[in-house]
Design a protein around this ligand. Structure first.
Ligand code: PLP
Length: 376
């Protein structure tokens, strides 16, 4: 039996999404920039996808731009804030995804912005009092805080952070790649400038994502070329991907409550089985709490001797999990998130992440394999 418990890295595509994309690939091949019928038809597919995404997030279609994924969207949000909105300071944390951290590094190294890192507590929640203090001292600031952490599932309170940013006249970007499709968004009720999404995290295709840019921000072209995406991102659009993203998000929104309770049920079942079978097991960043993202469970096993082998042994038995973020999935490289929250590096730390396709039988199988490995 093979088990896929690495859904924070990527999710299987929903067959309904595959069917829709296949039909478009077979029938609709025009270039969306062409003004003839074939072009207009395919363009209408993109615009329908934009309306779908906007309505699910309660945003305006003019605020949604399609990109190649979460990494590009995060780059675009942060770099555009510096280049177009006169941002000179960026406040963030050390537990962001590399899509954000490396962009910050680049801006700091090229002396285009000064970066300030907030402390985060052991559960991965940033210090919001420190944020307020910093904002009092730093004008022209972008706050970039991820909504849901991809390694430990910590969720920040977007409403609270957005109010703090609004009070201090700061721009607010949130990397929402792990939460879009899983959590509910109402962007008209939230004072936020940029959010980002990636289809492959919610059962859509890889290589396509979106950025929401609040309409009050006048941001210029990020990729120079043709006038696609209303002059913001040149290049012939990934039409199949965009249609697939919108369909996947539509399905995720329609089935959100059902999927949420299913996935949470799987996670709670796994927690119970782990506690019952492995005395001393811990959950990094409080990832066993119901206030965390339901898809992610980061487990510290009490067997230092297995530190370098547990993940590899699981893999050899057909079980896919992760030792950190997707970028280090399958590798034993230390996690910057676990280091920042002071998790115990001497223990094997494994991230299991679930989706609507996982079952309790799979949990039982993984537990029995874990027992075998840990007993040997
Ligand atoms: N941000 C977060 C929190 C992620 O988990 C990921 C993917 O692992 C990304 C950004 C990057 O998204 P993509 O793979 O679409 O570039």
């Amino acid at each position: 039996m093979k088990v896929y418990f690495d859904n924070a890295a990527t999710t299987p595509i929903d067959t309904r999404v595959i069917d829709l994309m296949t039909a478009i690939m077979q029938n609709d091949y025009g270039n969306p920039s062409s003004i003839h019928g074939h072009g207009r038809h395919i363009k209408s597919i993109i615009e329908q996808a934009r309306r779908t995404v906007a309505s699910i997030l309660n945003a305006s279609p003019t605020e949604i731009f399609f990109t190649s994924g979460g990494t590009e969207s995060d780059n675009m949000a942060i770099v555009s804030a510096v280049e177009n909105l006169d941002v000179q300071n960026i406040i963030s944390t050390r537990i962001e995804h590399p899509a954000v951290l490396e962009t910050l590094n680049y801006l700091e190294n090229t002396q285009r912005a000064k970066i300030h890192f907030l402390n985060v507590n052991k559960n991965g929640i940033p210090d919001l009092l420190q944020l307020e203090r910093l904002l009092e001292e730093t004008p022209k600031t972008l706050v970039s805080l991820m909504h849901a952490n991809n390694e430990i599932g910590a969720l920040i309170d977007l409403q609270k952070v957005s109010e703090i940013c609004q009070k201090h006249n700061a721009y607010f970007h949130s990397d929402t790649v792990q939460s879009v499709g899983h959590e509910k968004f109402d962007l008209k009720q939230l004072s936020i400038d940029f959010i980002t999404g990636s289809a492959h995290k919610f059962h859509g295709p890889k290589g396509v994502g979106f950025i929401y840019i609040n309409r009050k921000n006048k941001v210029h072209s990020f990729i120079h070329g043709g006038g696609q995406e209303r002059n913001m991102r040149g290049g012939t659009e990934n039409v199949y991907g965009i249609a697939g993203l919108a369909e996947a998000l539509k399905i995720a929104a329609e089935e959100r409550e059902e999927n949420h309770s299913h996935v949470l049920g799987i996670k709670r079942y796994m927690i119970e089985k782990l506690k019952g079978n492995f005395p001393g097991v811990l959950f990094n960043g409080n990832s066993d709490s119901d206030t965390h993202l339901c898809t992610v469970l980061n487990v510290a096993f009490p067997y230092p001797d297995l530190k370098d082998y547990l993940l590899l042994n699981l893999d050899m038995k057909g079980i896919s999990a992760s030792g950190g973020s997707a970028c280090s999935s399958g590798s034993l490289a230390g996690s910057h998130v676990l280091s920042t929250i002071n998790a115990d590096h001497e223990k094997p730390n494994i991230r299991f992440s679930f989706s609507k396709y996982n079952t309790k039988e799979e949990v039982d199988h993984v537990i029995s394999i874990l027992k075998e490995i840990c007993a040997s």
